[in-house]
Design a binder for this molecule. Structure first.
Ligand SMILES: [Zn+2]
Length: 204
């Protein structure tokens, strides 16, 4: 009987320890000028990257992107990369240009202020179809390529970072062209549960 009680006690301890480990995935940690949850870098309206943060080359993400574009092409869908890594300085120039054109309030609805752009992580890309560029990427949502991306990006480890209908959570307008690499396992779970990165990591 004593042995049984001991076994139960050990089991309960291990079980609660395991659960505690699981809960840790939502802890936000800061290191090297950026915020992380469970080793995923987080950049959004609340979590800013330091101006000097420059990522190591993100080979996994780049290779996944290449493979996705190749597979899409083989199925008759043409995806092109229109934007990848952007430094703090480049984002600052871009944002200032938008502010001059549309004013601060309007610019903030479609562009991130320097330090708040996921493009500074090297894990975010803007993709579109041929004939579209930065200035007319809104039209991407009407293409067959956009539908393909929506249906398939997660199989390659990407999520549509700012989905339709979740604007109040991401605080970004719908951006069908902006994908973020999180790895296949997490991307699959995020998409299957219809979540944003903020919901997935309990950041709201
Ligand atoms: Zn983007």
């Amino acid at each position: 009987m004593k042995k049984f009680v001991l076994a139960v006690a050990i089991f309960t301890t291990i079980y609660s320890f395991k659960n505690k480990k699981k809960e840790k995935r939502n802890t936000v940690m800061k290191r090297n000028g950026a915020y992380y949850v469970n080793n995923h870098i987080i950049v959004n309206r609340d979590y800013k990257v330091c101006p000097f943060y420059i990522p190591f080359p993100k080979l996994k993400a780049r290779n996944a992107l290449k493979l996705m574009i190749k597979d899409a092409r083989n199925q008759g869908f043409q995806l092109i990369i229109i934007s990848g890594f952007r430094s703090y300085l480049k984002q600052m120039r871009l944002f200032n240009m938008y502010v001059r054109r549309d004013g601060l309030e309007k610019a903030k609805t479609y562009s991130a202020e320097p330090g708040y752009s996921e493009h500074q992580t090297g894990l975010a890309f803007d993709v579109a179809s041929p004939g579209l560029d930065e200035s007319i990427k809104e039209q991407f949502q009407f293409t067959k390529e956009s539908k393909w991306l929506q249906d398939n990006a997660h199989f390659y480890g990407f999520i549509i970072r700012y989905p339709k209908g979740k604007e109040d959570i991401t605080e970004f307008m719908y951006e069908p062209w902006h994908i973020r690499y999180v790895g296949k396992e997490d991307a699959m779970e995020i998409v299957n549960k219809n979540l944003t990165l903020e919901e997935y990591f309990d950041l709201i």
